[in-house]
Design a protein around this ligand. Structure first.
Ligand code: ADP
Ligand code: MG
Length: 247
């Protein structure tokens, strides 16, 4: 479970201060797909960067399975990123001149340093690209590249996958395939967080957090997945569903 309370973040620019996040409070359940939904500029990417451990909030609290992430020093934060979080971007961020195998194996070396060809192929099989290992990443289609990016998260064995507009550059068919793969990641025990301005993509998530201009507008949580029996945060986080306490 990810819990954020009173999170604020501002960018300092030449023309002044831009408040990207203003006292954001939310919960994101483990082993489910959560969509952070909202128009361009509402703070989705900033929130994702903070949840992934690349930025630190200037105000507020971020608990990751109870771990106080903002209290970590630089070295600890870097270890947190390596161990726990993987990012997927709209533009894939693969090394185009390297093969698919090489892209995956870089992630493995960065994260945990182990993993043979069999393991990499196993990860590719999970996204239905079992024969793609020797191919150059740059010669694949957009949908295939995004599935390689998902396989890279699998190879890195991260627990939380954060996807920033993962379907933004894809046609409808590939969009469906990528959303299905992300759903499967959650079913296999990972926490998946998708930032999107696409209502259709958000509709596929278990929980939808709607953002507007730096703060949370509403949370749709039909199954009560963000209810948290383990902690008592009182009024800040009212139980969202009838199954509170039984999950
Ligand atoms: P979204 O992903 O929802 O489009 P962002 O988190 O990228 O929103 O941006 C939130 C706000 O912060 C916007 O007003 C944007 O212009 C501003 N912003 C984002 N990144 C930077 C940056 N590096 N420097 C200055 N302002 C930024
Ligand atoms: Mg963005």
């Amino acid at each position: 479970m990810i819990e954020v309370a009173g999170l604020s973040f501002a960018y300092r620019t030449a023309s002044g201060i831009v408040r990207a996040l203003d006292k954001v409070s939310l919960r994101i359940p483990s082993r489910a797909v959560t969509a952070i939904m909202g128009p361009s500029g509402c703070g989705k990417s900033t929130l994702l960067a903070i949840l992934a451990g690349y930025e630190r909030g200037q105000e507020g609290l971020y608990l990751y399975d109870g771990l106080d992430v903002f209290a970590l020093n630089r070295r600890e934060l870097s270890a947190f990123r390596k161990r726990e979080t993987g990012m997927i971007f709209q533009n894939y961020n693969l090394f185009d001149q390297m093969t698919v195998h090489e892209n995956l194996s870089l992630a493995v070396r960065y994260r945990h340093g182990q993993g043979n060809r069999e393991f990499l192929d196993h990860c590719l099989k999970r996204v239905h690209l079992e024969d793609y290992g020797p191919r150059l990443a740059g010669e694949l289609s957009g949908g295939e590249r995004q599935r390689v990016a998902i396989a890279r998260c699998l190879a890195g064995e991260v627990r939380t996958v954060l996807a920033d507009e993962p379907t933004g550059a894809l046609d409808p068919g590939n969009r469906e395939a990528v959303l299905a793969e992300l759903k499967q990641l959650a079913e296999s025990g990972r926490t998946v967080i998708i930032a999107t301005h696409d209502e259709k993509a958000a509709r596929r998530a278990d929980v939808i957090i709607r953002m507007e201009e730096g703060h949370v507008g509403s949370i749709e949580d039909p199954e009560g997945k963000t209810a948290h029996p383990g902690h008592d945060h009182g009024l800040a986080f009212p139980a969202a569903g009838s199954r509170a306490g039984y999950r």
